[in-house]
Design a protein around this ligand. Structure first.
Ligand SMILES: [Fe+2]
Ligand SMILES: [Fe+2]
Length: 136
């Protein structure tokens, strides 16, 4: 999984504060990966996953606020996507809390793809628009 969990310039959305928050999301997912591999059991991984959910909710709200403030046309579609993603992560946490397996490789793969795909296909669309509104 290694390098795929590192933020790099390819993921830039051309808005500094959002890039910073995306870097933080990558960091927490790496932390989750480490927790999963270290075999500390589901308590530790569950705690990290809880923090990932909190930070995701925080990031989505900040991103939506920025788009809203600048009158971004695709805000509603973006919001729907955020809601679907947040629900999926919460459902994963419920499953892992209830089960005995804790965080699985499936979850890690989902989180990694979710983050990179969302940034590359949905988030990057607002970059030029926000730049044109002097948001950088
Ligand atoms: Fe987004
Ligand atoms: Fe984002």
């Amino acid at each position: 999984m290694g390098s795929a969990l590192e933020w790099n310039a390819m993921y830039s959305v051309k808005v500094e504060s959002m890039d910073a928050q995306h870097k933080r999301l990558f960091e927490i997912i790496r932390e989750l990966h480490t927790a999963m591999r270290s075999g500390h059991g589901k308590e530790v991984a569950g705690e990290v996953l809880g923090r990932l959910i909190d930070y995701t909710v925080y990031h989505f709200a900040a991103e939506e606020k920025l788009m809203e403030k600048n009158g971004y046309r695709l805000l509603e579609a973006h919001r729907v996507e955020h809601r679907a993603l947040a629900e999926k992560v919460v459902a994963f946490k419920k499953n892992s809390d209830a089960g005995s397996t804790g965080i699985t490789l499936d979850l890690m793969t989902f989180l990694q793809h979710w983050l990179t795909n969302h940034i590359l296909t949905v988030d990057q669309k607002y970059g030029e628009f926000l730049n044109s509104k002097s948001v950088r």
